[in-house]
Design a protein around this ligand. Structure first.
Ligand code: TTP
Ligand code: MG
Length: 356
């Protein structure tokens, strides 16, 4: 299955925060970094300043030569950290598979996100608008089926834009791309590639794996793959999930227990699939019942052994449902969730198949 990865990158991040907080800086060439008379460098600058050729890591004295009327400001890291936290709150509303790269940049895996029928393009534009509404800063997004392409794509329509690379489009896109724009190709590698006649993605793709191994040793396979738009690296978040579940509210309240069991079986199927995708196993299962009068109860069962395998969960559901009042009271919502989760790598008999 193709993954759906979004790379979000804030526009002129530090400079945009300064322009937001100090209106007199809006529309101006703003350079955030060391003082122009110091030996400091530019951390970043507004898009207005970029027109003068100013960019990150340039000595501020050089930036001053290029644009003496620019506003030079010192960084305020606490403001940037605060904005970064808000951005992450937005991400968390869409997925918990978030890998931050820096204060203003992250990969999100939205393969499992159901919003907008799972359209990553619409999810990305909603995330950007949520960010703007929360902190009045613009972000750009790249949408693709892996991290390498998503990161390239987020640069394409900057600032305040987004770009999608679909399966099948990558090779054409990469063919004419200057080799220096490939993530993982640093300055040294770039000159080495140039020296070997590799100037674009197309040139890189024309090299055989053996040739690349001769030139770049262990990194050869990475370069070989990215020139073909292949990148299997997962979006790795260090977020630890405590529970995983799904629930459904009915259009009309239901009173038939068999019908409830059927809905619970569907929910269970869905949650087991998500557990499997996340390589998780569970020791506790909980069902949730909300009655027509909006009061709700949960019933749980915890085992010493994992219960998300071998049909155990399915057998527990009628037992848990029997501990509620569903035969007396109509029901408007049912839910199934698992908690006490563990990575399947941690379980000795992880070879066990998840059956559902
Ligand atoms: P970037 O995302 O590289 O740059 P940016 O957000 O300023 O501009 P854009 O993405 O629109 O091209 O970096 C994010 C922030 O990290 C940036 O605002 C300042 C900081 N930074 C440094 O402090 N030093 C650096 O060399 C770079 C590249 C960034
Ligand atoms: Mg940025």
């Amino acid at each position: 299955m193709n993954r759906k990865i979004i790379h979000i990158d804030m526009d002129a991040f530090f400079a945009a925060v300064e322009q937001r907080d100090f209106p007199e800086l809006r529309g101006q060439a703003v350079v955030v970094g060391g003082r122009p008379d110091s030996r400091g460098v530019v951390a970043t600058c507004s898009y207005e300043a970029r027109k003068f050729g100013i960019h990150s890591a340039m000595p501020t004295s050089r930036a001053y030569q290029l644009c003496p009327h620019a506003k030079f400001v010192s960084p305020r890291f606490s403001a940037y950290r605060q904005a970064s936290e808000e951005i992450h709150k937005v991400f968390k509303q869409y997925t918990d598979i978030v890998e931050p790269l820096s204060l203003d940049e992250a990969y999100l895996d939205v393969s499992e996100t159901d919003y907008f029928n799972g359209s990553a393009t619409l999810i990305a534009s909603e995330i950007r608008s949520d960010i703007y509404n929360a902190i009045q800063l613009t972000a750009s997004a790249g949408i693709a089926y892996n991290k390498f392409l998503a990161k390239l794509a987020s640069d394409q329509n900057k600032p305040d834009g987004q770009f999608v690379i679909r399966p099948g489009e990558a090779e054409v896109y990469l063919k004419s791309l200057p080799i220096g724009r490939f993530y993982g190709v640093g300055k040294v590698t770039e000159s080495k590639m140039q020296a070997s006649g590799i100037k674009t993605g197309g040139d890189l793709k024309n090299k055989t794996l053996v040739e690349l191994q001769r030139l770049f040793g262990n990194s050869a396979e990475y370069y070989y793959n990215i020139s073909r738009g292949i990148d299997h690296r997962p979006v790795s978040s260090n977020y630890v999930r405590k529970s995983l579940g799904s629930e459904t509210t009915f259009q009309n309240d239901i009173s038939d227990t068999d019908q409830m069991l059927k809905h619970l079986a569907d929910l269970l199927h869905e949650v087991l699939k998500s557990l499997l995708n996340r390589k998780l196993l569970a020791y506790t299962i909980t069902i949730k019942v909300k009655y027509a009068d909006f009061t709700q109860v949960t019933r749980s069962y915890t085992s010493d052994t994992v219960i998300s395998v071998d049909n155990k969960a399915r057998q527990l559901i009628p037992v848990l449902l029997a501990k509620t009042d569903v035969n007396k009271r109509p029901v408007r919502l049912l839910g199934v969730s698992f908690s006490n989760l563990t990575s399947s790598d941690n379980v000795s008999d992880s070879g066990q198949m998840l059956l559902f």
